[in-house]
Ligand binder design. Structure first.
Ligand code: FES
Ligand code: FE2
Length: 377
């Protein structure tokens, strides 16, 4: 399998035509689709292709708007290995600056902060305006051809949406409005902008990031894996719908207590952002690859103001219980994928259309990566 992404085939390459892995990366119809092949979850060349063709070209959740509300407020982020600083300028503009000094690549900020007047590299003290222009460089005044005015920090694209900030490294990422098309109307008041941020919980999981996303994208496993969650959801009316870059799973709530009324809504934004909404509470999740068989999941909890401290704690305890059930099954699946016993399996069209949609987007990205690497030069 090694080199599938990097091989340089010709149009008539018979090996390419007969390669089962390459065949599995061809588009698949929803009714007859299989999962991505196991090597996609275990081999480094797929992780490399994802870094360039998925993460660098997609919109990534990088901050909460409240973290960067006033001039000089800033938050650290990273996309596809590029350190970013999300910073509010004195002009009110939000920017995603590369957090990499133009002198010798030192960091301009090493933690989130408020009200900075400028950004000063801690290595040799070069200073930058909040819009990324170099302002000063100690003892560089008489250096030949050195022009302060010609130097500025590169910027990623940035978008503010529903109290959240997203950034994209590459111009190839579609316009942000396309990314979230249709969600605002369905979201109504259930926005992070109208809720209070409570806390972040992060979990390291010993699985490829896609195993975690796959698991998120279906309710098929709920009855088997989540004995406490299952009775709260209405399995017969659990629905999945897909859009160009997102999907939505929804279920009427059928439980008791705080989960007795309304609906559970689970949005996913390609490739790794989730927005989970229940009455009075919501969460964002971001799944960050840490290696081919490791990822971190950041959960941010938000609540309506009327949800008190006791109810919040109870909600987080319950969420943790479900999360640890998911972590256990995802880590077991990763071991199965890496075992050599399995290549791919059939998807259930009624329950796993969200996975099919995700895998089709990834297949497109892998094919694009292969095409680029085939081109000379
Ligand atoms: S690396 Fe930033 S001032 Fe030298
Ligand atoms: Fe689950």
């Amino acid at each position: 399998m090694t080199g599938v992404i990097c091989r340089r085939p010709t149009v008539n390459d018979n090996r390419l035509q007969s390669d089962p892995l390459h065949a599995a990366l061809a588009p698949q119809a929803a009714e007859s689709a299989a999962t991505l092949p196991a090597p996609c979850y275990t081999q480094a060349e797929f992780a490399r292709a994802e870094r360039e063709n998925v993460f660098a070209r997609s919109w990534q959740l990088v901050a909460r708007a409240a973290q960067v509300a006033a001039a000089g407020d800033h938050a650290l982020a990273e996309i596809a290995g590029v350190p970013l600083l999300i910073v509010r300028g004195g002009d009110g503009e939000l920017r995603a600056l590369h957090n990499v000094c133009r002198h010798r690549a030192g960091p301009l900020a090493e933690c989130d902060g408020r009200g900075a007047k400028q950004l000063v590299c801690r290595y040799h003290g070069w200073s930058y305006a909040l819009d990324g222009r170099l302002l000063g460089a100690p003892d560089m005044g008489r250096v030949k051809d050195f022009e302060v005015a010609a130097i500025r920090l590169p910027q990623a694209r940035i978008a503010a949406w529903q109290g959240l900030a997203f950034a994209a490294l590459d111009d190839a990422a579609p316009p942000f409005e396309h990314w979230v098309d249709g969600i605002d109307a369905q979201l109504g008041n259930a926005s992070p902008a109208g809720h209070e941020f409570d806390r972040r919980a992060s979990y390291e999981v010993a699985c490829n990031w896609k195993v975690y996303v796959d698991n998120y994208l279906e309710g098929y496993h709920v009855g088997c894996v989540h004995p406490t969650l299952a009775p709260l959801l209405d399995a017969d009316r659990y629905m999945t719908s897909t859009a160009r870059w997102s999907s939505l799973q929804s279920s009427p709530l059928a439980g008791s207590g705080p989960y007795a009324r309304g609906e559970a809504l689970y949005w996913w934004l390609f490739p790794n952002t989730m927005l989970n909404v229940l009455p009075g509470r919501l969460q964002t999740n971001r799944v960050v690859p840490l290696g081919v068989d490791r990822c971190r999941v950041d959960f941010d909890y938000f609540y309506a103001p009327e949800v008190g401290a006791k109810a919040r704690l109870e909600d987080q305890r319950f969420s943790d219980e479900v999360q640890f059930e998911d972590i256990a099954i995802c880590e077991a699946v990763q071991r199965g994928l890496a075992s050599g016993s399995y290549v791919a399996g059939r998807l259930n069209p009624r329950h796993e259309s969200g996975l099919w949609h995700f895998h089709e987007l990834l297949r497109t990205a892998y094919r694009e990566a292969a095409t680029v690497r085939r081109e000379p030069g």
